[in-house]
Design a protein around this ligand. Structure first.
Ligand code: MOS
Length: 721
């Protein structure tokens, strides 16, 4: 492919979306549909002793109520096998809000009324609702380290230590969790809003004891995923079983209040960071312990808090420890910028505090601690332009006009002004991908590939690559993704989507071009590829390509159709592949109310080549908006007496609105990573958010002189400052 910036292109799906034509899972229409509603457990832990469904069955329109008796026993977990699927309906209650029954009815209203009428008797057990409650169980993870941090602190002339807290937060995509299952002619088809169609397939098959080859999962569009829809949802197997037992299509759209209790979320985490610097202003030692809330059986890995922070700077001696505190909730999981959102808030706040302690400019201090090699492995980064991100961001932001002292900048009306900077990093990974490309003499092109469109713009990135590489009619290009009945699907998460599918699409284009050349055998035929095919009377041409990650073996493809996971990175045999970003933030703190505003942000990302400039910039803007939410608004409040979440709706779980967002200037370094893949793409979606929350906290310190180490930072924390 040519190595020039890709042109700006509109989203390929924008026109349909703004006209309301795009069909999301809950929009799909089915004949003879049954509506389902889950009945949530009213205790946080214990046993369901008795369930009465008679009242529910008397609600007009209610057809059936499923209970634990309607499900097979949990599958046996094999030692080297995949993790177990989520439980179906069971009588052991592990968290408040766990589904205990499923009501099926002719209308949504009847399903809701029926669910309200189910009566349950529980025998409750003692539970731990928060990280600091009695009854938690602490489990340490393996250390992530390099050098000898304990010894290196002896050589440090300046040491800084503090503890930071990131609260429990929940994903709130606009689109609710939605599943419709259809059982027909011995085949089960599941329409679900998911980032992991192959995983839904494999997990539902195992939960219900079905042959996975009869299960098909389809998801053409998601209305936001963010990692919540990368998890295997609790409701999916319930809805599938309901469809099998009734022989009718069954649909559930989970109410937001139940999503708060059943879906994965960002766990609360506490971070103790100790940094040591020498007299030259170089960080030489870091000791960082992270602990997080975890469910009793959850697997969201605590050690991953170190994956970005150990690679942000050239700190030769780093000791990273981590632990889970197991309590009685549903399992936490991946939520945009999963670990680095919290870990970089802590680490980049501490780095800022260290800069102030050394009386160094926070920007210069960061530049002085840059590195070309990954401290964890000693290998070079495949590409790293973090210093360029910092310099370009500083230039656009006007950083040289900053006065260094805290509380030293203000507006004529007394508004305190603060300028802060912070960096982010995120692993750049890749998954094996299979694609099938077919071009027709009739003017049509169909491209089947693995992937899921969450709104991040993967369809647009694929289209840009194909249009760049093939002379085809862009208006008649059909991109088929998220469908297990085409090519094997992968989980689309961890920002590996574009870096995986775009090189595959480029390769497919290349292969098709050489097939056409073979076909024409030197003849020069005018017109685009469709015309050429028509001229030589060839109705269509189809090719298939498979792309593996660096160093991967084709055997990784075997399990993929049923949920297998073939992701590699960020550590490759000879290099480490990370994406980077620098954020510059201005905050205004109103002099009387202490209301915090973020009038402008400059964010410069190093994500390798930018294939789709418009959607890439939107990704970064969205990440910054969410970081503003995470820094200033969002926290899920746990009820310590009864378990569960108190603010489980969008009225009380506060997220930013338009009025909270000012100017967000996004820039890219746009340099190809020549080691990552043939197109030079690295991940972007997650890194976009990383580092923006600490940049806000650092700016608040610069404005007010008050260092706030717990998120979210709200008006009440600045009163008196
Ligand atoms: Mo992402 S939080 O891995 O969808």
């Amino acid at each position: 492919m040519r190595n020039q910036p890709f042109p700006d292109r509109a989203r390929v799906d924008a026109f349909d979306k703004v006209r309301g034509l795009t069909e999301y899972t809950a929009d799909l229409q089915f004949r003879d549909l049954l509506y389902a509603m889950t009945v949530p457990a009213e205790i946080p832990k214990g046993t369901l002793e008795q369930l009465s469904v008679e009242d529910a069955m008397r609600v007009p329109g209610v057809v059936r109520v499923l209970t634990s008796d309607d499900f097979p026993p949990a599958p046996v977990v094999e030692e080297d096998g995949p993790p177990p699927p989520p439980p179906t309906l069971v009588t052991e209650i592990a968290y408040r809000g766990q589904p205990i029954a499923l009501v099926l009815a002719e209308t949504l209203e009847a399903a809701v009324a029926g669910a309200d009428a189910v009566r349950a008797r529980f025998s409750p057990a003692v539970f731990a609702g928060t990280m600091d409650a009695p009854g938690t169980k602490r489990e340490a993870s393996d250390e992530i380290k390099t050098g000898d941090a304990a010894a290196a602190f002896a050589d440090a002339t300046t040491v800084f230590e503090a503890t930071y807290l990131s609260p429990t937060q929940h994903h709130n995509p606009i689109e609710l969790l939605a599943t419709t299952a259809v059982w027909a002619e011995g085949q089960l088809t599941i329409y679900e809003s998911t980032q992991y169609s192959n995983g839904v397939r494999g997990n539902v098959a195992r939960a219900l004891g079905l042959d996975p080859s009869i299960v098909h999962v389809k998801c053409a569009y998601l209305g936001g995923g963010f990692g919540q829809k990368g998890a295997i949802q609790r409701q999916t197997a319930l809805i599938a079983q309901a469809a099998i037992l009734t022989g009718r299509p069954v649909k559930l759209v989970m109410p937001r209040g139940q999503i708060f209790h059943n879906a994965t979320f960002r766990p609360m985490s506490r971070h103790r960071v100790r940094l040591g610097a020498n007299a030259n202003g170089k960080m030489i030692a870091a000791l960082y312990d992270a602990e997080q809330q975890q469910s009793r059986t959850g697997t969201f890995p605590a050690a991953d808090y170190h994956e970005a922070t150990i690679r942000l700077y050239g700190i030769d001696n780093y000791m990273g420890t981590a632990a889970d505190l197991r309590i009685d909730t549903q399992a936490p999981g991946y939520m945009r910028a999963p670990h680095p959102q919290a870990s970089c808030f802590a680490f980049e706040s501490a780095v800022d505090e260290m800069a102030y302690k050394l009386e160094l400019d926070p920007l210069e201090f960061r530049l002085a601690n840059d590195t070309r090699t990954d401290p964890k492995t000693g290998h070079p980064f495949s590409s790293r332009h973090l210093a360029d991100c910092l310099r370009e961001g500083a230039r656009r932001f006007g950083w040289e006009r900053r006065s260094p002292g805290a509380r030293s900048m203000s507006l004529p009306d007394g508004t305190l002004v603060g300028w802060g900077v912070a960096c982010g990093a995120y692993p750049s990974m890749t998954t094996p991908t299979v694609a099938r490309l077919r071009i027709g003499a009739d003017g049509r092109t169909r491209f089947q590939i693995s992937g899921h469109e969450m709104g991040q713009g993967i369809r647009t990135a694929i289209a840009a690559t194909l249009i760049e590489g093939l002379d085809i009619d862009p208006a008649r290009l059909e991109i088929v993704i998220g469908d297990t009945s085409t090519v094997p699907q992968h989980i689309t998460a961890g920002s590996w989507g574009t870096a995986s599918v775009v090189p595959t699409a480029a390769r497919a284009a290349q292969k098709l071009r050489s097939r056409i050349e073979e076909l024409l055998a030197g003849r020069s035929i005018p017109g685009n590829l469709h015309r050429k095919l028509a001229t030589v009377r060839r109705p269509s041409l189809e090719i298939e390509v498979t792309q593996l990650g660096p160093g991967q073996d084709a055997s990784v493809l075997e399990g993929m159709p049923f949920g297998g996971y073939g992701v590699v990175g960020p550590e490759f045999p000879t290099f480490t592949c990370m994406s980077f970003i620098a954020h510059f933030v201005e905050v205004h703190v109103e002099p009387r109310t202490r209301r915090i505003r973020v009038p402008r942000v400059v964010s410069i990302a190093d994500c390798g080549r930018v294939v789709s400039p418009r959607t890439a910039a939107s990704q970064v803007r969205g990440g910054v908006v969410w970081a503003i939410g995470a820094a200033l608004h969002e926290a899920t409040e746990v009820d310590p007496r009864f378990g569960g979440y108190l603010n489980n709706d969008l009225a009380d779980y506060v997220v930013p609105v338009n009025a909270d967002i000012g100017d967000i200037d996004v820039g890219f370094i746009d340099q190809p990573d020549t080691l990552a893949n043939s197109v030079g793409v690295k991940g972007l979606g997650e890194v976009a958010m990383v580092g923006a929350s600490p940049a806000i906290a650092n700016a608040i310190f610069h404005a007010t002189g008050k260092r706030l180490r717990s998120l979210p930072i709200r008006v009440e924390h600045l009163l008196g400052a």
